[in-house]
Design a protein. Structure first.
Length: 376
């Protein structure tokens, strides 16, 4: 057998695949039923009118061929309308929007379309593990950028030159919203470093305590060198449907579409029509979902009171582990799974992420076990 191409061996261990396997192995062992607060998988699906749009479109005989590779114009117009009405940003739907099979695809594509082999790509630490996969696949060089306690990058630690910067607010895993001025600082650094900027807005609508969603594109000059990823997974509970967008810089949008024309053959029309229904129909479920996660966040922080834990948005809580208590011990001895912080980067060591995307009873049971383990 020929050896695997080096490209595959460059990829890091897939954090979530490995986590799920460890949790499944622990769950299979004898003992109390395991409580899984590790996985961030939305527990509530899309509203009925979205499901109806999917099934009505699937029942039509003219929707089963290849969809237009670049996506339906009406879908691009629908996301442009959301950006205008909710985030106060005007974008040209034809030139400044690419339709993606999930925003994860976009974050992988970004590295491919902006970096040459060996170029530096700057990633937040802690940050979403798949960014590292994107850098590895592009044979670029990963430069971690530590986040300060307020989740602002430590710009003094940023390199002088780089091809790209990944940013993510509200942040997975640290559950922080964008600190004031952080996008302006990012643009200033990126201009000096000659870097493109991608802002991952996957949790954009899930913000707490009266905060408003803050789009990177609302900052002057952002689209000159940057773009934003928007996901239908979290705001609309459509994670399994695989639909997202790259919005912003027209050159990056064109490059992503170019790559996708080679790699994919469009997205099932019924999924795109459902996306249009979600974006243009009643929006009450977006707020209901946000409120539900906020209530669960309140519950989690109340149960962990006295312990260092935070969440300003997303559906996660980021908390410190006391000396000697590891995620492995939580899993094996306390039968509760959380996502180990060090898997999100060196700065995550000694921390862990728990997910609020789980039924209230499961969350309560998990929190009780955590309280026992943390001694709160
Ligand atoms: C920070 C972040 N970005 C991107 C994604 C990918 O989202 P999707 O591909 O479902 O749009 C996720 C999914 O969990 C995420 O947590």
């Amino acid at each position: 057998m020929r050896a695997r191409p080096e490209r595959l061996d460059r990829l890091p261990e897939q954090y979530f695949t490995a986590l799920l396997a460890r949790v499944a192995a622990a769950a299979a062992r004898d003992g109390e039923t395991l409580v899984d607060l590790g996985r961030g998988n939305p527990d509530i699906g899309p509203p009925p009118h979205v499901i109806e749009a999917l099934s009505a479109t699937a029942r039509r005989s003219d929707t089963h061929g290849y969809a237009p590779f670049a996506g339906l114009s009406a879908l691009k117009e629908a996301i442009a309308a959301r950006y205008r009405d909710v985030y106060g940003v005007d974008v040209d739907p034809e030139r400044e929007v690419a339709v993606l099979p999930g925003s994860k695809t976009g974050l992988m594509e970004f590295a491919q379309v902006c970096a040459e082999r060996g170029d530096a790509i700057v990633l937040p630490d802690p940050g979403y593990p798949d960014y590292r996969s994107a850098v590895a696949l592009a044979a670029a060089q990963h430069v971690p950028l530590p986040l300060l306690p307020d989740a602002r990058p430590d710009w003094d630690a940023a390199p002088r030159m780089a091809a790209a910067l990944y940013l993510n607010y509200p942040s997975n895993p640290v559950a922080a919203c964008a600190p004031d001025g952080v996008f302006e600082e990012a643009l200033e650094w990126a201009h000096r470093a000659g870097a493109w900027v991608m802002h991952d807005f996957a949790y954009g609508d899930l913000v707490f305590d009266g905060r408003r969603p803050t789009s990177f594109l609302a900052v002057d000059g952002a689209r000159e060198i940057g773009f934003e990823l928007y996901s239908m997974s979290k705001s609309y509970g459509m994670a399994g449907w695989r639909l997202g967008f790259a919005v912003g810089n027209a050159e990056i949008v064109a490059r992503i579409e170019d790559l996708q024309n080679h790699q994919f053959a469009g997205i099932f029309t019924a999924v795109q029509e459902a996306g249009i229904a979600a974006l243009t129909g009643p929006q009450d479920t977006v707020e209901e979902r946000r409120t539900l996660y906020e209530a669960r966040r309140d519950r989690a922080l109340a149960r962990l009171a006295g312990h260092e834990a935070r969440s300003e948005g997303t559906f996660f809580v980021w908390f410190r582990l006391p000396e000697g208590l590891t995620p492995e011990r939580l899993l094996e001895e306390h039968r509760v799974a959380v996502a180990p912080g060090e898997g999100f980067g060196k700065q995550g060591r000694g921390w862990a992420r728990l997910s609020l995307a789980t039924a209230d009873e499961t969350l309560d049971r998990g929190l009780e076990r955590l309280r026992g383990a943390l001694g709160v």
